[in-house]
Design a protein around this ligand. Structure first.
Ligand SMILES: Cc1cc2nc3c(=O)[nH]c(=O)nc-3n(C[C@H](O)[C@H](O)[C@H](O)COP(=O)(O)OP(=O)(O)OC[C@H]3O[C@@H](n4cnc5c(N)ncnc54)[C@H](O)[C@@H]3O)c2cc1C
Length: 393
């Protein structure tokens, strides 16, 4: 809204109507309060009350841990199951940087009710704590140029906090198509975001001992920037009073004694599941962020629906059905035979995940879909060509 208003003010000037742009002020505390209020309002939908009282689900609140292939314990109570679903989600990862973990621990020990009491805590945050911010930083550094980092960086910049995004791959949104990512980068540069996308090494982060004008402890980040694959020049120092670590999320698969349930997992990739979303214990399914490389709400939703059908209603839903376009099966298999079959079976990483069948099948179908897409694109020119030939004859 603040950004739109500022833009509108600029546009109004072109029409001869003058409003002082500096009159648009942001009360950051109020903005964040409104966000939290909206979250609270919609939270009923996913609340324990709704599930237990309205939908009749028996709810046991606490950290669940497996004790065998057929039992799970919550708060000392053992539950026996015929089927189980693991939906533990993912957590934000910290990057290796001297001092980062310590400052993050110090920041997360802080509770909103402590406001105004004692020493101010450093704002070293992740997506889990971002929405607890109450003071508007004077300069925010976002580590990670993926979807979460970019989304929150743009929001902060547009609310009036100068924001710097740090990345290592030389580009933003490295998982997306380069031309699309570039549109986002250009827009954000226009918004005022600064990018430093060739970080070679994050050396350290430390408190400077000063407090910024917004009352947050000031920090100094020291890093090395690379150029053509080697470290360029002396270390770069950045002063800021907030750091958002958005360097990826890892599946929550540890601390739940999956070994006792005979469920195999990889700490980076998550639960090993087959195309029907069963883990290596066929009675236990894995859905959402803890079992998939595509960590999105709609992907979690798809897998949850599929598992309900598969586990309870003899369904035959497949993860590989989560496709961008419907594919004629014959062509997919012909294409796979021609190009991918060999590569897939030779690739160790694919085989590792191929317990899961996620990567090979999705990649194969994606490849196939791009072929069909290019065929589709060529059809109009083919039709034109044929009609020209028809006119000539
Ligand atoms: C900042 C941010 C922005 C995002 N924006 C988008 C977006 O615009 N579009 C989109 O599609 N996706 C978005 N996502 C991703 C989306 O939020 C996730 O993909 C989705 O929430 C995954 O659902 P899930 O059920 O797998 O996991 P979660 O929603 O993380 O739920 C997992 C739950 O399991 C609980 N849990 C963990 N361990 C245990 C245990 N041992 N016992 C009991 N409970 C446990 C956790 O406390 C948590 O409540 C965003 C994510 C973030 C962080």
């Amino acid at each position: 809204m603040a950004h739109q208003l500022r833009n509108d003010v600029a546009r109004m000037q072109e029409a001869g109507i003058f409003v002082d742009p500096s009159a648009v002020k942001v009360d950051f505390d109020k903005v964040m309060e409104r966000v939290r209020k909206i979250r609270a309002e919609i939270s009923h939908h996913d609340s324990a009350t709704r599930y237990s009282k309205e939908l009749g689900v028996d709810l046991f609140i606490g950290r669940g841990k497996f004790t065998s292939e057929r039992t799970v314990v919550v708060n000392g109570r053992t539950l026996h199951f015929k089927r189980a679903v693991i939906a533990t989600g993912a957590y934000p990862t910290m990057i290796p940087m001297e001092g980062l973990k310590e400052l993050h621990d110090l920041a997360t020990a802080w509770q909103p009710q402590e406001r105004g009491t004692g020493e101010p805590r450093p704002a070293v945050i992740t997506n889990e704590t971002f929405f607890n911010l109450t003071q508007q930083p004077t300069h925010m550094v976002v580590i990670g140029a993926g979807v979460i980092g970019m989304e929150l960086a743009q929001a902060m910049q547009r609310l009036g906090t100068p924001t710097t995004v740090l990345g290592r791959s030389g580009r933003v949104l490295p998982k997306e198509d380069e031309d699309m990512a570039d549109i986002v980068r250009k827009q954000m540069i226009e918004d005022g975001v600064t990018f430093l996308l060739s970080v070679d090494r994050y050396e350290r982060i430390e408190l400077t001992g000063k407090v910024s004008s917004s009352g947050l402890p000031e920090m100094k980040i020291t890093l090395n920037v690379s150029e053509n694959g080697s470290v360029a020049g002396p270390p770069t120092e950045i002063i800021c009073d907030a750091v958002l670590v958005a360097a990826g999320r890892r599946p929550n698969v540890t601390g739940i004694d999956l070994e006792l349930a005979k469920v195999e997992y990889d700490t980076k990739l998550g639960l090993i599941v087959n195309d029907r979303l069963q883990t290596t214990n066929s009675r236990i399914y894995g859905v959402g962020d803890c079992a998939q490389q595509y960590k999105f709400t709609h992907a979690a939703d798809f897998t949850a629906r599929a598992v309900i059908r598969n586990a309870f209603f003899f369904g035959k839903e497949k993860l590989s059905d989560l496709l961008p376009l419907p594919q004629p099966k014959l062509r997919v298999s012909v294409f796979m035979d021609l190009t991918w079959k060999k590569r897939v079976s030779n690739s160790t990483s694919s085989r590792n995940i191929s317990g899961t069948m996620i990567d090979p099948s999705v990649t194969v179908r994606r490849q196939a879909s791009s072929v069909f897409e290019s065929m589709r694109r060529r059809i109009p020119s083919l039709v034109r060509l044929l009609s020209v030939k028809a006119q000539r004859t």
